[in-house]
Structures are given as C-alpha cells and as structure tokens.
Design a protein around this ligand. Sequence first.
Ligand SMILES: Cc1cc2nc3c(=O)[nH]c(=O)nc-3n(C[C@H](O)[C@H](O)[C@H](O)COP(=O)(O)O)c2cc1C
Length: 252
Amino acid sequence: MPTTLIILAHPERRSFNGAWAEESARQSTTQGQTVLWSDLNAMGFDPAESAKHYRAPAVPFDPLKAQENAAFANSLPDTVQTEIAKITKADRLIFHFPIWWFGPPAILKGWCERVLAHGALHTVDERFDNGRCIGKKAMFCVTAGAQQSESAHNGKEGDVQMLLWPLAYTLRYLGMTVLQPNVCSGVHGYFKDEAETELTLRLSSVLKKHADTIKDFDSLPSITFNSDRDFDSDGRLKPEAPSHSHFIRHDP
Ligand SMILES: Cc1cc2nc3c(=O)[nH]c(=O)nc-3n(C[C@H](O)[C@H](O)[C@H](O)COP(=O)(O)O)c2cc1C
C-alpha cells in the first residue's frame, strides 16, 4: 500500500497549517494512500539532541557517535525508532510548517537532528546519490507571514526558496527527491475587516486547489541538486559542472 507521512510542525492544530495538513491527509487517503502522522507538537517531540536520550552514553557525549552506536545496537530512543519506522514505510513525506525566523520551526529542525540518525538513515557510504531514502519524495507546504513580494529573490524578507534549501538538502542528503515547495505567503492573524475576508477566501482557495496537488504529486517538478559526480575528490564543484543554487556555486 503506498504510504504518505504527514509531518506537521505547528503548536495549534486549528491553525491554517493544521487545516492544510489535514487536507493533505484527506486528499492522500482519497488517492489510495495510507496516511501516517507526525504531529510534532501534539506528540510533545523533544527537539534537543542530548545524552539523556541514550543508554550509557560516552562521556564526553558525542552526538554523532551516540547515534551511530545506538543505531547499530538497535537501541535508538523509542520515539526516534518510531519516527524512522514511519519514514522507512513512507513513499511520500509531506511537511507542513510556518516560516519562523527565516527557517522552519525549531521543533522540525530538532526532529531532523534526532530522527535522521547517523547509522540509521544514512552512513558515510550511503548518502546523496547513494542515499538510503532513494525513491522517496518529499514536499513542503509552507506558510509565511511576509507577503509574496517580500519573499521573492529580491524581497526584503529574503528569498523563501533559499530559506527552504537547507531543509531540502537535508532530505537530498538522505537520497530523497524534493519537490518544488508550495509557499502560501501573507498568512497572519493581524488582518482586519475586508483584508481579513480576503485572507479567508485566499486560504480556502489554497485548500481547494490542494486536491490537484496531491493528485498530481508524482508528476510535480522537483528541486534540481548536483549529483555526486559534479564534485572533485575535495568535494568542490567541478568547473564544468552546473550550479543549481547559490549555496553551491562557482567562483565569482
Ligand atoms: C516565532 C515566529 C517567527 C516568525 N518569523 C517569520 C519570518 O521569519 N518570516 C515570515 O515571513 N513570517 C514569520 N512569522 C510569521 C509566521 O510565518 C506566520 O504567523 C505563519 O505562517 C501563519 O501561519 P498559521 O496561521 O498557520 O500560524 C513568524 C511567526 C512567529 C510566531
């Protein structure tokens, strides 16, 4: 059975982020997907990696080695094992979150830090083009308080596509394909009167259109990343290789 994992990072399920995530779940079910949920705030997920999560951790605590040792000993924290099992089962991962301080909320960053564990979802030999998650597709559904013009490449709030690149590259590191993000701009609770009505209409139209997004999921465009062969033995972009992002670019 094809499976979709919905990852929601918002403290209020009745928020627009919550409603959008529920629409992802509803439409995915309609499309014959089994739906799994990780509602991180509702789960009380602890985003801070720390020695306290491990049985007999080394002193001083080395997070990367602790993850690897626990992964090999099959003793990763229960919460982490549960999340890894969901990711392993999922063909599609749909992330729902707001932009908070120019990036995803800390709970989602922490979920990556703890759950995408070294030794479990990646090893030195199994990453990027050889990632353990090859074949899985991820999609971001994101809200921003800033308006669309402010989140454009020349906008005052910074290019939202670039703000999302580190999270996209995290999943690419695991081998996933990452779809071009869906960004809903200008979402906040400070609109009044006509502006508030306009926002309500705009948000309900996003939810209505979402059925098509989920229906077309497999044919939606993805973010282009460099392949392993684009880098030399020092890990530098080869002069003849393309640059797909300002994060990995040629000399000026
Ligand atoms: C802690 C915090 C930081 C925020 N930082 C940003 C930001 O950097 N850029 C932005 O466009 N909006 C920012 N916002 C606004 C949120 O993105 C906005 O409230 C959210 O997308 C609305 O979605 P919701 O109604 O589902 O909560 C921030 C909000 C909070 C609470």
